[in-house]
Each structure stands twice: as structure tokens, then as C-alpha cells.
Design a protein around this ligand. Structure first.
Ligand SMILES: Nc1ncnc2c1ncn2[C@@H]1O[C@H](COP(=O)(O)OP(=O)(O)OP(=O)(O)O)[C@@H](O)[C@H]1O
Ligand SMILES: [Mg+2]
Length: 265
């Protein structure tokens, strides 16, 4: 297939793509001191190529947040190597905003830190807030927002950082289904447009299949990869697509096996 010139122009060039890479090799993480330790991760390996969208699913406490923190460099592995190439932004399970700043200031700060000239910032902030449907809350402070709205500010701020690797830790867990669906569409559109790499943690297997190219099922603690599922379906996808539901069913069964095998130990 050959592409017309206008189609070629519309495709992001290699240099304008934002996809960083992640390489986790044989990583273990142990918390605590002698006698009172928790092995959160056990020899986990994971490769996330440039522009990929990888979802991680696993039981509560299996080490998903720990893995994201290690990739972001907030924690150091006890054993093994983590390599991150590219600028990264981490969206936490609970939105971490500066409480004394307004919504717009929280997003604008990321632009300032990236060196975006002051005169350009307001326009970009307005655009990003519209993307997350918060254009009417630019002047509010975080404590005046719901949990889901705060999470959307955190997402706008990550977009403002132009992250090459976006690490998302259950970013939509607190949202109502309709807002979540809208943000799935938005995230997918931005990901297709900008080409960043995404590692997305969720408890919601359907959400994982809706969004990702690849779903990694983690074992219960200590976490390692139990099984990898490729998601071959065309985009854009919808969470209610029958093929999404069918694959989510298969993955859920695998996840249950994993949880059950550890529950009987
Ligand atoms: N800073 C820490 N100090 C001590 N133990 C920790 C620390 N962070 C995590 N852990 C332990 O490591 C294990 C993995 O925790 P982690 O937060 O990575 O799980 P998770 O898979 O993200 O769970 P959830 O789905 O509930 O968010 C847990 O047993 C937790 O208690
Ligand atoms: Mg977690």
C-alpha cells in the first residue's frame, strides 16, 4: 500500500513521536528490615517498546504500584535492572495535585517546567482542560473538586508534560462509567496522535482490553508475569464490543486461577 503525500504529512514523523521505552530485567523488590520483610516483586521482566500500550492486571497487593514506582525511579530495585528511555509522567492511584494552586495553575506548572513560554501557556492549558472536560473549573482549587475531577486534572498535567512514557496507576478507578468511557476515547486518541508509550495498571480487565495492545497478568505477591495476552482488535474500540468482552472473560478466568492458587497456599 502506498500513502499519498497528504497522508504521509499527517503521520507523525519519527522525531515527533513521543514513544519512550521501558526495560525491566529480573527485578525483585523487598520492603522492610530483616525479620519483617515483604517481597513485593520477584524476578519480574517486562519490555515495553516505543509507542506500545501495555496494561498490567493483578490482585490487590501483588506489586503493580511498586513496579510503576520502580519504572518511574521513585524506588530502587533490590535486585535486577530497570531502564527507562524518555521523559516519564506517573499518574498515581490518587491524584497528587498542589492544593494551594488552582486547576489551571497545576497544569500550567508542568508547561513552565517544560520551558513553554508564558504567553503560550494559557491557550494550551485551556485546550488540555477541555480534553478532560474541566474547562469550567480552571479557577477552582483541588479541594473543591471530586476525586474523579482531581484525577482528570492529573491526566491533563501529564499531557502537559509531553511524557514519552505515561505510567498510569488505576487512573480511572474512581470515575463513573460514562466519564471513564469518554476518557478512554480521549486517551486512545491522544495515544494514536502523539505516539507516547503507556503502561496502565487497572483492576478492570475490560478496561485493559479496551485500551491495550498487550495485557500482562501478574501473579499474586510476590508479583511476576503469569501470562501475556495480545489484543489484536482494530481501533477505535469500545468497552462493550463483544470481542473485547470475550477476551476479557478469558483473562479474568486466568486471573481468578492466579488468585485462587495463592489463596490455598
Ligand atoms: N513503601 C512500602 N513499604 C513497605 N511495604 C510496601 C511499600 N509499598 C508497598 N509495600 C507492600 O508491597 C506489596 C505490593 O504493594 P503495591 O502497592 O505495589 O500493590 P498493588 O498491586 O499496587 O495493589 P493495589 O491493587 O491494591 O493497588 C504490598 O504487600 C504492600 O504492603
Ligand atoms: Mg496499587
Amino acid at each position: 500500500m502506498t500513502l499519498s503525500e497528504s497522508e504521509l504529512a499527517a503521520r507523525p514523523t519519527e522525531s515527533s513521536r513521543l514513544g519512550g521505552t521501558v526495560r525491566v530485567r529480573d527485578v525483585s523488590k523487598v520492603f522492610g528490615q530483616r525479620g519483617d520483610t515483604t517481597v513485593a516483586l520477584n524476578r519480574i521482566s517486562l519490555d515495553v517498546p516505543s509507542g506500545a500500550f501495555v496494561a498490567l492486571v493483578g490482585a490487590s497487593g501483588c506489586g503493580k504500584s511498586t513496579l510503576l514506582n520502580l519504572i518511574a525511579g521513585l524506588e530502587k530495585p533490590t535486585l535486577g535492572d530497570v531502564t527507562l528511555n524518555g521523559r516519564c509522567a506517573l499518574i498515581f492511584q490518587e491524584a497528587a495535585l498542589f492544593p494551594w494552586m488552582t486547576v489551571a495553575q497545576n497544569v500550567s506548572l508542568a508547561l513552565k517546567l517544560r520551558g513553554v513560554p508564558r504567553r503560550e501557556r494559557a491557550g494550551i492549558v485551556a485546550e488540555l482542560l477541555e480534553t478532560v472536560h474541566l474547562q469550567d473549573f480552571a479557577g477552582h482549587q483541588p479541594h473543591e473538586l471530586s476525586g474523579g475531577m482531581r484525577q482528570r486534572v492529573a491526566i491533563a498535567r501529564a499531557f502537559a508534560q509531553e511524557a514519552e512514557v505515561l505510567l498510569m496507576d488505576e487512573p480511572f478507578g474512581a470515575l463513573d462509567a460514562m466519564t471513564r468511557d469518554l476518557l478512554h476515547d480521549e486517551l486512545e486518541r491522544l495515544w494514536l496522535d502523539r505516539g507516547f508509550t503507556c503502561v496502565f495498571v487497572t483492576h478492570n480487565v475490560r478496561e485493559a482490553v479496551r485500551l491495550a495492545d498487550r495485557v500482562e497478568v501478574l501473579t499474586s505477591r510476590p508479583g511476576t508475569i503469569a501470562e501475556t495476552f495480545e489484543v489484536p482488535f482494530a481501533r477505535p474500540r469500545r468497552i462493550e464490543d463483544p470481542e473485547v468482552a470475550a477476551l476479557a472473560g478469558v483473562i479474568t478466568t486466568r486471573l481468578r486461577q492466579e488468585v485462587r492458587s495463592h489463596a490455598t497456599e
